[in-house]
Design a protein around this ligand. Structure first.
Ligand SMILES: Cc1cc2nc3c(=O)[nH]c(=O)nc-3n(C[C@H](O)[C@H](O)[C@H](O)COP(=O)(O)OP(=O)(O)OC[C@H]3O[C@@H](n4cnc5c(N)ncnc54)[C@H](O)[C@@H]3O)c2cc1C
Length: 286
């Protein structure tokens, strides 16, 4: 597929995509599963998931966490298409996560939370989470298509983007070519994946005192000779995402619809502090 065909296909896909705005849902934790040392897979179930989009893997959701005085969060609701929030003292803490998988037969969403070392409401919630706990969820959302069609894809990220990247590559048609770079802190975090042989996955285990190889490896991935078109998906810590994005967009002449580059978190800042700066990165035109 050359660049012109790629652009036409993306325009067609966008035109056929009409997402409906769904009200926030109160879901129940139905199962918990450790994935290596650094992720907790949370199964969230409930009737409000009826009609949730089947192909929503890798798209993001907002989670609404209960406050310390609550056992379940007070949810915002939609009124005439507008989001109405509970009063200030009951406004839930909001964080962004990813749909790893949605099973419409059991009405269950899988979401994987990174178990990081800093105090944070979402991480703290998942560390003490039990079956039966309640969580609010809104979405899914994200640019469409989240990974643009191309002859060759580059995907890279840290533990926070691993759920999205694995969801994307495990759902790729068998003839799709991709180079994938996943950075983790422990070798126990390396997962056995169900991907086609056209997808090369490199796991990078980075100990705390070692430099990261994620940027270097990703920007130096070797484009296959047959590839006329490229697309990329980059998620993770702010400085890594911005560095990889800036190089890839130059190197392969990628515009925004071909390059998903979203900083998922920023060192030393919580979500409320970082939110604005993320939008500055995401709103840049290219
Ligand atoms: C589109 C999108 C999709 C995302 N999908 C996922 C997902 O599927 N799984 C997932 O785990 N995260 C995901 N994230 C990232 C997640 O929203 C952030 O990591 C969030 O800050 C975690 O909230 P918290 O309450 O634990 O920490 P916060 O209260 O936001 O932050 C507290 C402290 O922890 C630090 N911190 C936050 N995250 C990390 C981390 N991963 N490692 C080390 N330190 C950290 C902050 O710098 C801060 O110092 C996604 C983000 C976006 C924008």
């Amino acid at each position: 597929m050359n660049k012109k065909q790629q652009t036409q296909l993306i325009t067609q896909l966008k035109a056929n995509h009409q997402p409906a705005r769904r009200p926030p849902m109160l879901l129940t934790v139905s199962k918990l599963e450790s994935v290596g040392n650094s992720l907790m897979r949370v199964y969230l179930s409930g009737d409000p998931l009826l009609g949730f989009p089947i192909d929503s893997h890798a798209y993001h959701i907002k989670v609404f966490l209960p406050l310390p005085h609550q056992t379940q969060p007070d949810l915002p609701y939609l009124e005439k298409g507008k989001v109405m929030w509970p009063s200030k003292q009951n406004k839930p803490i909001t964080r962004t996560y990813t749909v790893k998988k949605f099973d419409p037969t059991t009405l269950t969403l899988q979401v994987e939370f990174a178990l990081h070392d800093h105090p944070g409401p979402a991480c703290d919630w998942v560390k003490q989470c039990q079956i039966g706990d309640k969580l609010g969820v809104a979405g899914p959302g994200g640019p469409y298509p989240i990974l643009a069609p191309a002859d060759w894809h580059i995907l890279a990220g840290d533990i926070t983007a691993i759920p999205a990247i694995i969801a994307l590559i495990e759902n790729m048609p068998p003839n799709q070519h991709a180079d994938v770079f996943l950075e983790v802190k422990h070798k126990q975090d390396i997962q056995k994946l169900n991907v086609s042989e056209c997808i090369n996955v490199t796991w990078l285990v980075k100990k705390n005192n070692q430099p990261s190889l994620l940027i270097e490896q990703t920007i130096n991935a070797i484009k296959p000779e047959f590839a006329e078109s490229v697309s990329a998906f980059i998620g993770g810590e702010h400085s890594q995402v911005v560095a990889i994005r800036d190089t890839l967009k130059q190197k392969y002449n990628l515009n925004k619809s071909l390059l998903y580059a979203v900083p998922y978190w920023a060192n030393g800042q919580n979500e409320e502090q970082y939110h604005q700066a993320r939008h500055v990165v995401m709103d840049e035109e290219y």
